[in-house]
Design a protein around this ligand. Structure first.
Ligand SMILES: Cc1cc2nc3c(=O)[nH]c(=O)nc-3n(C[C@H](O)[C@H](O)[C@H](O)COP(=O)(O)OP(=O)(O)OC[C@H]3O[C@@H](n4cnc5c(N)ncnc54)[C@H](O)[C@@H]3O)c2cc1C
Length: 153
């Protein structure tokens, strides 16, 4: 019997699916991403990426691509809603000795996802997505015809 290494299947092409896809690619593991919407998100949804996630993106070698399209934030705070008065802020610069990324970034989810998709596909040893057309992602009812022999496994 011939051993066959199957790809990791990831359900959902949101950030929580796409970042592990990048990680798997980084470590040379095949992954297939299934997205029921047949396209990436068109909604803003998640907007803030914190320091620890930036460290993960750095480990996978993609943080510069994300930072290039993000707004860097070094003060986190909000006015008290009842009085509209300024409240105490958190200054991320205090983290300088703890992380290479002493800041958070803002990037709308619908702008982040295409970056992650391109990065997880380009240079991949194995295809991460089975794209049907630009901007679309194969859905769970599509035939994949995944052939380990063809993909080099
Ligand atoms: C207005 C707004 C602002 C927000 N701001 C922030 C923020 O600043 N920071 C933050 O961390 N979070 C924020 N959130 C929450 C944000 O939505 C989540 O953090 C983020 O979307 C989680 O990503 P995800 O990949 O887990 O889920 P999603 O982005 O929801 O992605 C899941 C994907 O899986 C697909 N899917 C689901 N089931 C299946 C299935 N059975 N088969 C195939 N595909 C499937 C869905 O279609 C979807 O594309 C905000 C949400 C809203 C609405």
């Amino acid at each position: 019997m011939t051993a066959c290494i199957l790809p990791v299947v990831i359900v959902g092409a949101g950030p929580i699916g796409l970042i592990p896809a990048l990680g798997l690619q980084h470590y040379g593991v095949s992954a297939l991403v299934f997205e029921e919407d047949r396209r990436l998100s068109i909604d803003t949804k998640a907007g803030t990426i914190i320091t620890r996630t930036l460290e993960v993106l750095d480990r996978y070698g993609v943080v510069d691509d994300v930072l290039a399209q993000s707004l860097r934030i070094e003060e986190i705070g909000e006015p008290a809603r009842a009085t509209n008065q300024r409240t105490l802020s958190v200054w991320t610069g205090e983290l300088t000795e703890d992380t290479r990324f002493p800041f958070v970034i803002n990037i709308p989810q619908h702008e982040l996802e295409p970056i992650l998709q391109v990065l997880s596909t380009s240079g991949a040893k194995h295809p991460t997505f089975f794209t049907k057309a630009p901007g679309t992602v194969i859905g769970p009812t599509d035939d994949i015809n995944y052939d380990p022999a063809i993909s080099g496994e």
